[in-house]
Every structure is written in C-alpha cells, then in structure tokens.
Design a protein around this ligand. Structure first.
Ligand code: SF4
Length: 88
C-alpha cells in the first residue's frame, strides 16, 4: 500500500530565485517558470508573495531533494513535518 501521508514540507523562497531552472529541469511536473523569470512551485500555497509551501509524501521526497540540491541559491528547503527537522 502506498503511503500517502504528507510527511514533509517543501518551502520555496521565491525572492532568492534567480531563474536558473535547475529545479524545473529535474522535475518539470512540480515547477513552472513565470513571466517575471522566477519559478513557481506547482500546487504550492502562497504564504506571502515570497514564500510558497507544499506538503509532500515520503515518496515525493527524492525528486524535491534533487531540485533543492540543484538550486544554486538555496531557494528550496525541505522540512520534516513531525520533527521540524530541516532536510535541506
Ligand atoms: S533552481 Fe533555484 S534559482 Fe533556479 S529556478 Fe529553481 S528555485 Fe529558482
């Protein structure tokens, strides 16, 4: 059985984004470039103009880690919901 529990939170600090598109290249299903040259996290909730958050499952974790590690300006973070532990 698939574990659908959303165990992690992805945070995009949009103001840091320089549009390098490493995230988009690694995972085009979850990231989309906007007209202002910055990325948007698909399905993410806009906490304010600069911060987007999306809850993800353990299964989705690897693809978001790849995006996060590829980001040259550390604009993508991942936190474990239960413990608040920062993964990236
Ligand atoms: S990899 Fe980082 S800088 Fe590049 S588009 Fe994604 S969030 Fe923005």
């Amino acid at each position: 059985m698939k574990n659908e529990e959303k165990q992690f939170i992805v945070i995009l600090e949009r103001k840091k984004c320089i549009g390098a598109a490493a995230c988009l290249t690694s995972d085009p299903e979850n990231w989309v470039m906007q007209n202002d040259g910055k990325i948007k996290l698909i399905g993410g909730k806009e906490e304010n103009e600069e911060i987007y958050k999306k809850e993800i499952t353990a299964e989705e974790l690897e693809r978001f880690k790849t995006a996060g590690y590829g980001c040259p300006v550390n604009a993508i973070h991942i936190i474990e919901k239960k413990t608040g532990k920062r993964i990236i």
